[in-house]
Design a protein. Structure first.
Length: 314
C-alpha cells in the first residue's frame, strides 16, 4: 500500500512538550499527505490538548518515554517513528505489524529503507527530512499554533520559567530572580511558572525577586492554561525547555538561556521576537550541575535582552 493511501497511521513521539512542538511541521506534513487517514499520535496523555490543537492528529494513544509496548490501536497501515533513531523505538512500532514503517535507517532494527541519522541536525529539520524522504512535503517554519480558547491567568504579564528537565540546563534561581525584580521595577507584571516538582524552585524565585505571592503560578496551570498564559504574555524568560517552544509556537517575544545544547540544534527560528543567549560552549544536556557555559550568562545580559525585546514589541 502506498503511504498516502493509508487508512490508519500511528506516529510515535513519546517525549516532552518541546519535543512535541518541534515535531509539528512533520506531523502537519503527514496530515496533508494522508488526508483520508486517521492519524494517531502515541505520546504522553498530558500533551493531548496541544497535540490535537496542531490540527495534525485525530487522537492520542497514551505512551511515555520508557517505550513500553503500546496498547493495540487496531490495524496500522503506516507507523511513523518521530521518536528517535532506533532500535528500541523502531521495535515498539514493528511490534504493531504495520504495513509500512517510516523511520531512520537502523540495521540493528532491520530497517534499511529510511534516511541516515544526522546527530548535528536541528530537531525541527531532522523530522522534516525524515518525512520528506517518504514523499511528504514538510515546511520547517510551520510551527505556529492558534492561541488556546481558555483565558490566560495573567494576560499581558512577563512569564519567568526557571525550571528545566535537567540541572545542566537550569540557570541559577537567583539570576532568574534578579531578572524578575528588574522587570518588575520597570513596571511589568511578572509571574513565575513551574511544572511538576518545580514548586520550590518557583517559590524561591518569587521570594528572592520580592514578587506578590499571587504571581507564583507554579502548580496552578495545567497545559492549556500554561499555553494561554504564554500566548498572551508580553515576554517569556526561560531556559532550553518546553516553555521556550511554546513562545515560538505563539510568536511571543522571548529571552532564551541556552547551554549546554547549541541553539543550532534546539533553538527558535531566526525571528526578531526571540533573543537567544548562549556562551558558545556545548556539553552534556543531561548533567547534574548547571553547565559552565550557562553560568557565563549574567543576569545583566538577560535584563538587557529583555528590555530590547519589550521595546521592539511595545
Amino acid at each position: 500500500m502506498a503511504v498516502t493511501a493509508a487508512r490508519r497511521a500511528l506516529v510515535l513521539r513519546a517525549l516532552g512538550l518541546g519535543d512535541l512542538l518541534t515535531a509539528v511541521p512533520a506531523l502537519r506534513a503527514l496530515r496533508r499527505g494522508m488526508p483520508g487517514a486517521r492519524i494517531t499520535l502515541a505520546a504522553p496523555p498530558a500533551l493531548a490538548p496541544l497535540a490535537l490543537a496542531t490540527g495534525a492528529v485525530d487522537d492520542v494513544l497514551p505512551a511515555d518515554s520508557g517505550l513500553g509496548p503500546l496498547p493495540p490501536p487496531g490495524p496500522v497501515d503506516a507507523a511513523v517513528n518521530l521518536h528517535g533513531r532506533g532500535p528500541q523505538s523502531h521495535r515498539v512500532l514493528a511490534a504493531l505489524r504495520p504495513a509500512r514503517l517510516l523511520a531512520f535507517a537502523h540495521t540493528g532494527a532491520l530497517h534499511t529503507d529510511g534516511p541516515d541519522w544526522d546527530p548535528g541536525e536541528h530537531e525541527v529539520a531532522r523530522w522534516c527530512r525524515l518525512v520528506r524522504a517518504y514523499g511528504f512535503d514538510a515546511d520547517p517554519d510551520d510551527l505556529d499554533l492558534a492561541p488556546p480558547a481558555v483565558p490566560s491567568p495573567a494576560p499581558g504579564a512577563v512569564v519567568v520559567h526557571p525550571g528545566a528537565a535537567f540541572a545542566a540546563r537550569r540557570w541559577p534561581a537567583e539570576r532568574f530572580a534578579a531578572v524578575a525584580a528588574a522587570l518588575r521595577a520597570g513596571g511589568e507584571r511578572v509571574v513565575v511558572t513551574g511544572g511538576p516538582g518545580e514548586g520550590p524552585l518557583a517559590h524561591g524565585v518569587v521570594e528572592l525577586a520580592g514578587l506578590d505571592p499571587r504571581d507564583d503560578l507554579a502548580g496552578r496551570t495545567h497545559l492549556p492554561q500554561l499555553a494561554a498564559l504564554v500566548a498572551g504574555a508580553r515576554l517569556v524568560v526561560c531556559g532550553d525547555t518546553g516553555v521556550a517552544h511554546l513562545a515560538t509556537a505563539f510568536r511571543t517575544p522571548s529571552v532564551l538561556l541556552f547551554g549546554p545544547t547549541p541553539p543550532a540544534r534546539w533553538g527558535p527560528p531566526d525571528r526578531a521576537e526571540h533573543r537567544v543567549l548562549w556562551a558558545g560552549r556545548s556539553g552534556d544536556p543531561h548533567g547534574g550541575e548547571p553547565h559552565p557555559g550557562l553560568l557565563e550568562i549574567s543576569a545583566d545580559q538577560a535584563v538587557e535582552a529583555a528590555g530590547k525585546a519589550l521595546t521592539l514589541h511595545a
